[in-house]
Design a protein around this ligand. Sequence first.
Ligand SMILES: N[C@@H](CCC(=O)N[C@@H](CS)C(=O)NCC(=O)O)C(=O)O
Length: 444
Amino acid sequence: MTITITAFERSPDGGKGLARDTRVRWALEEVGQPYEVRLVSFRALKEPAHLTLNPFGKIPTYEEGDLVLFETGAIVLHIADRHRLDTLRRRLNRRQSQGVSVERDRRLIALRLRRGLRSGSFDDGNGEKTLKRWIGLAGQAGAPITATDLRSMIILRPGVRENVFAYLRRADLTASRAKVLAESANSGWFVDDAALVDLTNHLTETTVTTRSGRHKRIGTLIASCDPTNQFGLYCKLWMLSKYGDAPSLLTAIQSSQDIWLPSERLGRLVGSFTPLFSSKKDWQSYFELITQSRNIGARATYKFHLRLRDDDAVFKAMYASLKNPNPSRDTGITHPKFLCLLSALKNNRVPTAQTDLLRRKNSAGFLTSITGQSPSGWRPLAVHNPENPAFRRRHPPATPPAPIISFQHPDTADSVRRHPCAFPIPSSMKFARACRRLRWFRGG
Ligand SMILES: N[C@@H](CCC(=O)N[C@@H](CS)C(=O)NCC(=O)O)C(=O)O
């Protein structure tokens, strides 16, 4: 919308900039906002047309669509307010691209967001739109939002939920954030199934680098899904496919057959879990379940995964879409794509250079999905992903870009940190093999 301001047609100071329109021009120039100037004569100042804009018959005035302002103070404040976010975003982009610290911006964004939520300034007018932009900026700058604010936004402001989830997706899903999500889902305020589906989709794509305390909370969430309806079952299976193990996923699939068997869509979901069953026993049960089912969706996705694993033509057809990580996700990878990659990487009919490239390009996503246990009982506890901005903040550029993996022994509760990579970031499979070879699990 064009901005028009008024100024003297003939300035008494001879154009030295003493008239008050200078302040407004200056503010507009500062924020880089184009504007038009309407020159007004002294006589026109006192005529009704101008008096409707400024009842005192003075310059400057400010018009932007329906909005009319007078008094330079009010105008300048409005400009600052309206363009603060744009200016901040531009500055943030610039600083981040130059590798300059954004600590000051981070603090400013956190403060504005906190104050705005407390004072209710996002409650009316365009407030929600502005809030969305602040949350986006907070995500970009890595500005902290308190657990209380996150919870209240998820619960009380359905309009910004998606933005809050996107904010959470950008950083580690720590135990306290998992707690916020679990509490929100069980708050009784999630009245629509779509909210839980949103939350589930977000959770399956969240960067997961901290495991301590996480399972307990996510376990609560999974348990709260009602598998007797399609939405609840979708949420339960999808979360289990990310956070559960193969036997618990299989049990959930087996015990909910009467819900998913009649639904082609849910069948597709069940079929997409094909690459997750690798032990002989689980695989046999899963194989029988799918092949004996009359669900077209389950059988089609199941066959697709087998062909992606065994057939070079299908691999070739999928190669381009699997190769490039999705830059809008911070994990760089969606959960369905992760499942496809698991199948594609097992294809040994295709050149190893291609599977290596897939692995390399999607390494950030793979690191977030490492699970498993060593023969001697050590489990990966946390994988600190070097691609993650939070990791980069803690480990300045001089630190070699390699993941740090913490392990914990379930019986002794001993934990140990390892900085394993003398070679490129490993895939989940390569990682497990490398761990066995180097005996990291022993903690020695
Ligand atoms: N408080 C007003 C003062 C505006 C004002 O005094 N404008 C002067 C020009 S600097 C003006 O329009 N004078 C013409 C007149 O009074 O007839 C503001 O800051 O906008």
